[in-house]
Design a protein around this ligand. Structure first.
Ligand SMILES: [Zn+2]
Length: 230
C-alpha cells in the first residue's frame, strides 16, 4: 500500500506569518510545500496538504485534516523570524519516529547549503509538547523552520522560485528516507531525435512545369524537408 504523508502549510490568508525583506512567510511555505508534494508524489507517495493555495487555514483545521488523512508521517512547513540564521526542526520531546524524521530532513537541508540550528523540542508549562502540530497529530510529526525571513543573509537560501523548489525537494528527500523509499533523480527530459526530415516526392506532372516543381522543392527544403523530383 502506498505510503501516506500529510504536509501542513504554515499560515495563509490574512495570516501572513513572518513578513520581511519583501517576502511573506505564507507564500514561501506554500512554494516549498508544493515542491515537496510533487517530489513525494513522483515517488508514489500519497500526499495530503492543508492548503494548496493562499487561503486562511487555522492550525486547528490543519490538525483535523491531517488526522482524517491518516498519514504515516506529518510535516509542517514554516519559515522563521527573530533574526536567527539557519534551519531548525522541532519534534516531540519524547523523540521516537518524529525525531528520526526531523533528523533525516535536517540532513537533506544541510546538504543544500543551509546552516543548521539543530533539532529542537519545546514543552508547555504543563509538561506537554508546546506545538499543537506535534502534540495533537496522531502520526509521528515534525515542524520545519527552513530559514529566517527577517535575516537578509539567511533568506538568500530561498529567495528565488528555483531555491524554494530545491528546499521542498530536500524536505521530500528526508521524508522518503524515513519511509524507506530510495530517492531517484528525475529522468532528464528526452530530447527528440532529429528524425523529422521526411522525403517528399515532388511529381513534376502535378506542377505542369519543371520550374514550378523546383520551386515547390525549394519551399520544402527551406521548411526542413528533403525532396526529390520524379
Ligand atoms: Zn510560521
Amino acid at each position: 500500500m502506498a505510503k501516506r504523508v500529510f504536509i501542513g502549510v504554515g499560515h495563509g490568508g490574512s495570516d501572513s506569518g513572518a513578513v520581511a525583506n519583501g517576502f511573506k512567510e505564507k507564500d514561501l511555505n506554500l512554494a516549498i510545500a508544493l515542491a515537496c508534494r510533487d517530489e513525494l508524489t513522483r515517488h508514489g507517495v500519497k500526499v495530503g496538504m492543508s492548503r494548496t493555495k493562499d487561503e486562511a487555514d487555522p492550525l486547528t483545521d490543519e490538525i483535523k485534516e491531517c488526522n482524517a488523512f491518516g498519514p504515516d508521517y506529518a510535516v509542517e512547513i514554516h519559515n522563521n523570524a527573530g533574526g536567527g540564521d539557519g534551519v531548525e526542526i522541532y519534534h516531540h520531546y519524547g523523540g521516537g519516529k518524529g525525531k528520526t524524521l526531523a533528523q533525516n530532513i535536517l540532513n537533506e537541508i544541510v546538504a543544500i547549503g543551509q546552516n543548521s540550528r539543530g533539532l529542537k523540542t519545546k514543552k508547555n508549562s504543563d509538561g506537554r509538547d508546546y506545538f499543537g502540530w506535534i502534540r495533537q497529530t496522531v502520526a509521528p510529526a515534525c515542524l520545519v523552520e527552513c530559514a529566517f525571513v527577517d535575516n537578509k543573509k539567511d533568506i538568500t537560501i530561498i529567495d528565488t522560485a528555483a531555491e524554494q523548489k530545491k528546499m521542498g525537494i530536500a524536505i521530500a528527500k528526508g521524508i522518503l528516507k524515513t519511509l524507506g523509499i530510495t530517492w531517484m533523480a528525475e529522468k532528464p527530459k528526452e530530447t527528440p531525435v532529429n528524425d523529422t526530415k521526411k522525403l517528399y516526392r515532388v511529381q513534376v506532372g502535378a506542377y505542369a512545369e519543371l520550374k514550378n516543381a523546383e520551386e515547390m522543392l525549394k519551399k520544402l527544403k527551406s521548411a526542413g524537408f528533403d525532396g526529390i523530383i520524379v
